[in-house]
Ligand binder design. Structure first.
Ligand code: SF4
Ligand code: SF4
Length: 384
């Protein structure tokens, strides 16, 4: 199968997709491989698990819990992963009537327990921006959901508005599109990457950089919220663009299963990337499972694009010129490379919104974005 998204890497920053078909389901895999690193594991090896049951909780005050997307038995548990051998069993999890709950802590805790990250919902705001742009070139999830799942999205919006009571709600969409959501004023944004990134979408809609009185939710956030509002069941799947079409994929589905279902061949030296062409990360194993928030999968052929190298920076400045956050990716990546994370922070590491343009444009193909993510992760976890 040709790598459509991979081809776009060379030439295309457009966020328009013109997706035509409906979302298709990927069949259930024999095993789920769920990433549990940095989560508090609630399941143990040998345990029978029911579909929808909590298998891990988030250690933070606001992170959503992680649930089994299928029933089965936990056959492998380690620091990074929990593997469930699926048996096709029914769910024993009862739905929760979220819509009848009033705003407040109980609703927040219930949503968190159903897999929703509630940080953006946990306090009031003046303006709520719904980011309806496709996340990256070649990814069409937002457009697909706005076209086909308006009712679910509006249920999610009502729930979000119950909690954060915004004075104004805006839906950011591409110029020329006709998408709308009841209760949201449509704002048009030029559909060119990296304008789909939250910081830039907010700026395009409000005219301000990082305004304190504004929150942003993605269409996927709203969709998960809408599903929880409508069915009262936990989030156990994500929607992913693969070779130009969108698929509903159970969380934990091994990438090997996805490739096999869609008859995508991977040759020696090819890179399989989870996410989009700019922000995605190459997977280290095809047994790796799909995670919440993964919105794309593509294969870059070995001869299609120069691979990232751990090369020395030659001070050409290309990364600085391409950085929309107006920071110094060359300096930050060097400090991260030598584990001087506090210096990376001084060079405004936290202003980076991980667009990936610095890595994409680096003359010697340094893994700048990977260094940045490494530094952020080390600072967040204290190097654990
Ligand atoms: S990923 Fe690179 S280009 Fe993008 S904001 Fe961060 S430092 Fe700047
Ligand atoms: S583009 Fe690459 S080589 Fe050039 S300054 Fe940035 S990190 Fe260094």
């Amino acid at each position: 199968m040709p790598c459509e998204v991979g081809y776009m890497l060379k030439i295309n920053y457009s966020l328009e997709s013109g997706v035509q078909k409906s979302v298709a389901d990927i069949s259930a895999p024999a095993e789920l491989n769920i990433q549990v690193r940095n989560l508090v594991l609630k399941a143990r090896k040998g345990q029978k698990i029911s579909r929808g049951e909590i298998i891990a909780e988030h250690p933070s005050k606001f992170g959503g819990a992680c649930h089994a997307a299928a029933s089965g038995k936990a056959v492998k548990v380690n620091y990074h992963h929990l593997t469930i051998k699926c048996d096709g069993g029914e769910s024993a999890v009862e739905p929760v009537d979220v819509q009848s709950m009033g705003p407040g802590k109980e609703l927040l805790r219930t949503l968190q327990g159903l897999g929703i990250d509630v940080a953006p919902l946990s306090s009031r705001t003046e303006t709520l921006v719904i980011n309806g742009l496709n996340s990256e070139p070649g990814i069409s999830v937002s457009e697909q959901l706005l076209r086909d799942e308006k009712e679910i999205l509006e249920a999610g919006l009502r729930l979000a508005e119950t909690l954060i009571t915004p004075m104004h709600t805006a839906l950011a969409v591409a110029y020329g599109s006709s998408f709308s959501l009841h209760g949201a004023q449509t704002a048009y944004v030029k559909p060119k990457y990296p304008r789909s990134l939250d910081a830039l979408t907010v700026k395009a809609v409000t005219g301000k950089e990082y305004p304190e009185d504004t929150k942003i939710l993605s269409i996927m956030d709203l969709y998960d919220l809408g599903l929880v509002a409508k069915y009262g069941l936990p989030v156990t799947s994500t929607i992913m663009t693969i070779s130009g079409k969108n698929y509903r994929v159970a969380l934990g589905t091994p990438i090997r299963h996805l490739l096999s279902e869609l008859d995508i061949k991977v040759q020696s030296g090819d890179k399989v990337v989870l996410g989009g062409p700019f922000r995605g990360e190459a997977v280290y194993s095809l047994d790796e499972g799909v995670k919440k928030g993964d919105y794309g999968l593509f294969v870059i052929s070995a001869d299609e694009f120069p691979s990232i190298e751990d090369a020395t920076c030659i001070n050409c400045g290309e990364c600085v010129l391409s950085c929309p956050a107006r920071i110094l990716p060359n300096m930050i990546s060097r400090y991260a490379e030598y584990e001087r994370f506090e210096m990376a922070e001084k060079y405004n590491l936290n202003s980076c919104f991980e667009c990936g343009l610095c890595s994409f444009n680096c003359t010697v193909r340094r893994p700048i974005l990977q260094y940045i993510r490494f530094a952020k992760d080390q600072l967040r976890t204290g190097g654990v």
